[in-house]
Design a binder for this molecule. Structure first.
Ligand code: NI
Length: 278
């Protein structure tokens, strides 16, 4: 499968469950913009069968190279980002893994159980990257238990392998020159921004500013019935040049820690009344 096919496959899957991303993408198009992705983000567990290195290999085979490495102490994540060797307009790929060993035996067992159900064929093919939660029927009590330990683990359990989010590269927009302009536009269109730690994460001095809308809710079928679960957000990034004149291509762990909060259930429910089912 070619790289562009892989990305459109991931995009279609992502926008099916996060239709707000497609709506915003279309709003930009209506403004005459051609949307270029800064990066896509994938999540996984630290199990060697599916860890960052393993998923990264698929991208290496498609012309990517491993670049920055990141530690998220609070969320207990390790991440790497990959860049395309020759085409700077291809999105960077940000892959994080949950350090399951730092969690309860229950969480570790659940993560292992999930990975155990993935066939060898899928584990060794690109298909893995969009195989979703291929571990069969979901149990709501497992979801709730995972959620009490890690939002990330609970998200992985329900959604599995797919793009967690896509990120618009603001630098490539013609009408919107700043992240503030993008945020204002989104708010005019009634989207809720993740405002934890400010609507804009990062500064020009850090060479990267990012914002995101709050994750949308989707109805998910569990063994016990249908429940509302938080899914994914859409992100926006503006990059600034380094002293060598080249745009900074890395990520800022501190900002990403806050961006991860876009899927924080409690935060999302702050202004939402019916949070009974979450
Ligand atoms: Ni991101």
């Amino acid at each position: 499968m070619e790289l562009n096919n892989l990305f459109s496959c991931l995009w279609n899957q992502y926008t099916q469950e996060s239709p707000q991303a497609l709506k915003i993408f279309d709003l930009f198009k209506k403004e005459g913009e051609e949307v270029v992705n800064d990066h896509i983000a994938l999540r996984t567990f630290d199990d060697p069968r599916v860890n960052v290195v393993k998923l990264g290999k698929f991208f290496e085979q498609l012309g990517y190279v491993a670049c920055g490495e990141y530690e998220f102490a609070e969320k207990k994540l390790f991440a790497k980002h990959y860049e395309h060797k020759s085409d700077p307009l291809q999105p960077k790929v940000f892959i994080s893994e949950l350090k399951t060993k730092e969690f309860s035996p229950f969480l570790q067992q659940q993560a292992k159980k999930c990975v155990d159900t993935i066939s060898d064929k899928t584990l060794n093919s690109l298909e893995l990257l969009y195989s979703g939660a291929c571990w069969g029927e979901l149990d709501y009590s497992v979801y709730k238990k995972l959620l009490s330990e890690s939002e990330y683990a609970a998200w992985m359990y329900v959604f599995g392998y797919r793009a967690n989010h896509f990120t618009v590269l603001v630098n490539q927009l013609k009408k919107f020159h700043t992240i503030e302009a993008v945020n204002t536009f989104l708010k005019q269109k009634k989207y809720r921004l993740n405002s934890l730690g400010g609507e804009i994460k990062g500064t020009p001095e850090e060479h990267l500013e990012q914002s995101s809308i709050m994750a949308n809710k989707v109805l998910v079928k569990f063994k016990q019935g249908i429940f509302e679960v938080l899914n994914s957000y859409y992100e926006f990034a503006k990059r600034y040049p380094l002293s060598n004149g080249k745009l900074y291509q890395g990520f800022i762990a501190k900002s990403a820690d806050k961006i991860f909060e876009s899927t924080n259930v409690k935060l999302s429910n702050r202004k939402v009344k019916d949070n009974e089912s979450v």
